[in-house]
Design a protein around this ligand. Structure first.
Ligand SMILES: *[C@@H]1O[C@H](CO)[C@@H](O)[C@H](O)[C@H]1NC(C)=O
Ligand SMILES: *[C@@H]1O[C@H](CO)[C@@H](O)[C@H](O)[C@H]1NC(C)=O
Ligand SMILES: *[C@@H]1O[C@H](CO)[C@@H](O)[C@H](O)[C@H]1NC(C)=O
Ligand SMILES: *[C@@H]1O[C@H](CO)[C@@H](O)[C@H](O)[C@H]1NC(C)=O
Ligand SMILES: *[C@@H]1O[C@H](CO)[C@@H](O)[C@H](O)[C@H]1NC(C)=O
Length: 487
């Protein structure tokens, strides 16, 4: 389907002229009213305020401290797909969907064909969207599919049992969620107020074409219950205001904006408007918890020598053990070799034959391409250009396996993730830093505590245990010391 995310990257037609004209007419009317009021009743002060609506200032409403912490049962998923893509996308949804625990639906354009039935219980239950041809505005819609997609939130609100729902989370059929992190992040916000939480695109051009203030639908975005309640009574009216909009997420951001609600960006939400190898991005993730990934069909499989489905399922192995550390970048040094280790937990490990500070390594290596070829600057973040300089090019290792030592009888309180060399680097050692080659290393083992989640937003430090010439390096994560400098 044309994903609700602007995969069809067409420049929206900004035919706002009629709206503008209408605005001018309304303003003119208001001025005219004031004018007549002022002119004809100069002595009656009360009449001056006739056009104002008597709405009380609300008492400031503090966060409801008596409400229980947010959990998965408070989230209603509004996933949008279509019959044509379901077969290919089903594995992405089933990788994260928790049968009987996650609430919500996958919304389809038409009822599933016989070959797709019986509908698997491991997938979200499907619903078929209302026929929007019944809308008065239908003939004027430039892209009716997108209106269908957006109205799924309205239909969910009307049809589902919304008891205890605090958040409506919209996403595509190829969005991968990390639910524990999603729950933690949404828990920071008060669902009884208006909130719109998501992210824009990685590509400057996409945001320029659509909006820097739009939560991209494929990345997934969350609307608080209070906001959805306000939206449902105004959605069809809003659609009539914007029949020319091409994409549902732009429509969504416009309807929320007109209720006074702007996007809050969470950096763990990812649209992935990228092509090729996104390992550079996943190896330097911001220190926010990973919440979503998207567009798996547009990028290379995220692990070498796996197909896309296998690669997604491989990432879910560490995710099942510890989402708080997933893709979190931890940096440590082996001073006697002038090496830097950069771990992206549950995904990759890099060894540089130089000492690089965190300020450099937190920038993703630009292994990927933008959604559309364009002139730089391309991305919403700084990158490092890949290099063949032996002092700059990392030795790359990717996740091999995960072992939870608590499961066995061992007394070690550790989760062990192992990373194996993906490719030979095929470069000499960095001679200016002492000529210490990391070529002998074939595997890196990372030991992390299995005692609960890492505190959100806190980075961790690590120590390297390595005997020169051996083929395995061991890394132990630990809390950073006070004023510990990563450089
Ligand atoms: C606060 O939350 C509790 C539990 O969810 C609820 O019963 C109560 O009505 C809420 N109070 C307000 C003022 O919203
Ligand atoms: C989900 O609930 C149904 C009905 O109660 C039950 O038959 C099924 O085994 C449950 N599935 C899981 C994975 O718990
Ligand atoms: C990916 O590999 C698995 C086997 O490991 C296979 O069952 C599946 O069909 C493959 N998927 C695709 C899209 O090739
Ligand atoms: C580390 O690199 C510096 C130059 O960057 C060099 O002067 C120093 O001798 C090297 N240390 C070792 C142990 O090789
Ligand atoms: C670096 O080490 C390699 C072998 O490990 C050796 O062949 C090369 O001559 C060394 N280079 C320098 C500049 O010492």
């Amino acid at each position: 389907m044309p994903p609700s995310s602007p995969s069809i990257q067409r420049k929206p037609q900004l035919s706002s002229l009629p709206i503008l004209c209408k605005g001018i007419v309304i303003c003119g009317l208001v001025l005219f009213l004031f004018y007549t009021v002022l002119c004809h009743h100069p002595n009656n002060d009360n009449d001056l305020f006739v056009p104002f609506i008597a709405q009380e200032w609300p008492a400031s409403s503090p966060t409801n401290v008596t409400s229980s912490p947010t959990d998965l049962s408070h989230i209603m998923f509004v996933l949008v797909g279509c019959i044509r893509t379901w077969k290919y996308r089903r594995p992405y949804i089933e990788a994260w969907w928790r049968e009987n625990k996650t609430r919500g639906n996958i919304w389809l354009d038409v009822a599933p064909t016989q070959e797709l039935l019986p509908w698997p219980s491991s997938s979200p239950p499907f619903r078929v969207n209302e026929d929007i041809k019944k809308l008065k505005i239908y003939p004027k819609l430039v892209n009716p599919v997108e209106v269908r997609i957006y109205r799924s939130v309205l239909e969910t609100f009307r049809l589902e049992d919304n008891k205890d729902v605090r958040w409506f989370v919209m996403a595509d059929d190829d969005t991968l969620f990390f639910l524990d992190n999603l729950v933690e992040v949404l828990g920071k916000y008060d669902h009884t107020k208006y909130y719109y939480i998501g992210t824009n695109s990685e590509c400057i051009k996409s945001n320029y074409d659509f909006s820097f203030d739009m939560g991209y639908g494929g990345a997934g975005y969350a609307l608080s219950y209070a906001l959805v309640e306000a939206l449902v009574s105004t959605i069809d009216e809003c659609i009539e205001r914007y029949p020319h909009l091409y994409v549902s997420d732009y429509l969504s951001s416009s309807c929320s904006a007109d209720l006074g609600v702007d996007l809050i960006i969470e950096k763990g939400i990812h649209q992935i408007d990228l092509h090729g190898d996104i390992s550079g991005l996943l190896s330097s993730h911001p220190k926010s918890s990973l919440i979503t990934l998207h567009h798996f069909d547009a990028i290379d499989p995220i692990f070498p020598s796996m197909n896309r489905t296998e690669a997604v399922n491989h990432l879910m192995k560490p995710a099942k053990l510890d989402q708080s550390r997933l893709l979190q970048q931890t940096i440590c040094y082996l001073r006697q070799s002038n090496w830097t280790f950069s771990i992206s937990w549950g995904y990759s490990a890099h060894i540089y034959e130089s000492i690089f500070p965190r300020s450099i390594l937190r920038r993703p290596l630009e292994t990927f391409r933008p959604w559309k070829e364009d002139r730089p600057p391309l991305f919403m973040f700084n990158t490092r250009r890949p290099s063949n300089d032996p002092c700059k090019a990392p030795h790359v290792f990717s996740l091999e396996g995960v072992l939870d030592r608590d499961e066995g009888s061992s007394s070690h309180e550790h989760v062990i993730t192992t990373y194996s060399r993906s490719l030979q680097r095929n470069l000499p050692a960095c001679s200016s830093n002492g000529n210490h080659s990391a070529d002998p290393i074939v595997k890196i083992q990372v030991f992390s505590p299995s005692t609960g989640r890492k505190e959100a937003g806190r980075i961790e430090c690590c120590d390297v245990d390595y005997v020169a010439g051996k083929d395995i390096a061991n890394i132990k994560l630990r809390a950073c010391m006070k004023s510990e400098v990563l450089a």
